[in-house]
Write a protein that binds this ligand. Sequence first.
Ligand code: AP5
Length: 224
Amino acid sequence: MSELNLILFGPPGAGKGTQAERLQAELRVPLVSTGEMLRSAVKEGTELGLQAQRYMDGGELVPDKLIVAMVSARVEQDDARDGFVLDGFPRTIGQAKALERQLGGLSRRVTAAILVNVSDEEVVRRISGRRVCVKSEHNYHVDFDPPKQEGVCDQDGSRLVQRDDDKPEVVRKRLAVYHELTEPLIAHYDKQGLMRWIDGTHRPAEVHDHIRAVIATLRLEEAV
Ligand code: AP5
């Protein structure tokens, strides 16, 4: 396949980050996680971080203008020439259109938009048990994917914590924002024949296998 420009989207806590990390290791294209980029900007106290923090803390979307500028710059870097996996972008029709304009200008296009879908009840179960590594955001779940030693990252020994925006009232807001502003992307990409649906309720390894099968099909479709 010439290039693989994938979008992973779905409700908060659906497992996008978990799957993006696995895919990145296999596909050898960069993973572009807007949530992770924003959290780094907040930690570093950059201008973008200062502007983004209040939206993130309240479970709101950071304004399109800020996000689009951040992602556009990333997608044009050399390591993304053969493709990328976007985790958490686009999240609005405005962001989707901005990405299409940018890629179109580079004679590129989105290969597929993969929806990892779970119910709101499952989102709450997953997010309430999520723990992340303070250093590099490796993800765990106290019941579904526990670390070998409680509170310690298997990969680099760092401390595991709960994310600030994983408080129940913020999760409710993030879900409402998802239904209102991000779900319309399903119809947007479906119209273009780019939508692929994944049942995110299975174990992470099974969800991963399903996504790999989708990518294998995309490659076959391109070859015929
Ligand atoms: P972001 O970090 O992107 O948050 P999100 O979309 O709400 O997604 P999460 O990171 O919470 O969950 P996930 O789907 O990656 O699930 P995970 O793999 O961790 O964004 C944060 C904020 O930044 C936004 O609210 C917004 O303010 C801002 N922002 C970001 N992008 C933006 C944009 N484009 N525009 C505007 N604003 C933007 O899994 C969750 C838990 O479940 C983990 O504990 C995991 O171990 C467990 N788990 C995963 N898979 C499974 C499974 N199959 N079975 C059981 N457990 C599982």
